[in-house]
Ligand binder design. Structure first.
Ligand code: IMP
Ligand code: MG
Length: 189
């Protein structure tokens, strides 16, 4: 059965129905597995780099799952932009806010929300490699299969995602829906 949630737009936006694609319980079970998988690689002095903004909820949950499996990563953030306000990629990736830390010699795990065209992840990977990281691994919440424009893969992935624009669990459309505890799709029909 298709589960939907009604999200009020308050005084400024219409009320919308959002169909649940990945439920909170499903996400949390999968994150424990993912953390255990990451832990088997025994990265020395792991540095987690969360790609903002979309990954902030995923990264927050993932680092606590990493803690539960005994890891103590350092965590930094980079803000990249490729999507702007629309739901299609502009093809250009820009650094809106850079890392604080020097990544040279570090084992870095890049954490992002969605792997779609691959441009964002490829950009982040190339940047961090070029700065002399010892190793660069990638971890995404969702992987879409079909729109890859560049050849990049996720070393760790929570879920394969249907080819729809998803929201919730940190991800937005025009700054909305980030607060939803599940990954879903805005129902327009
Ligand atoms: P890519 O560069 O095309 O791989 O796009 C990846 C970035 O676009 C991700 O980091 C997301 O922030 C964003 N993105 C791609 N698909 C979606 C979606 O369905 N919902 C929300 N954000 C998305
Ligand atoms: Mg993103």
């Amino acid at each position: 059965m298709q589960q939907t949630t009604t999200v009020s737009g308050g005084e400024t936006a219409p009320t919308q129905k959002v169909e649940v694609i990945f439920a909170p319980e499903q996400i949390s079970i999968r994150l424990e597995e993912l953390a255990a998988e990451i832990a088997t690689h025994r990265f020395d002095g792991l540095l987690v780099v969360a790609v903002l903004k979309g990954s902030f909820v995923f990264a927050a949950d993932l680092i606590r799952a990493l803690h539960r499996v005994g890891l103590a990563p350092e965590v930094d953030f980079i803000t990249l932009s490729s999507y702007r306000k629309s739901t299609t990629s502009s093809g250009q990736v820009e650094i809106l806010r850079d890392l604080d830390l020097d990544v040279s010699g570090r084992n870095v795990l890049i954490v992002d929300d969605v792997l779609d065209s691959g441009r964002t992840l490829a950009f982040a990977k190339d940047l961090i490699s070029a700065r002399g990281a010892r190793s660069v691994s990638t971890c995404v919440l969702l992987e879409k299969r079909t729109h890859r424009a560049v050849n990049v893969r996720a070393d760790f992935r929570a879920f394969e995602c249907p080819e729809v624009f998803v929201v919730g669990y940190g991800m937005d459309v025009a700054y909305r829906y980030r607060e939803l505890p599940f990954v879903g799709r805005v129902v327009t029909d």
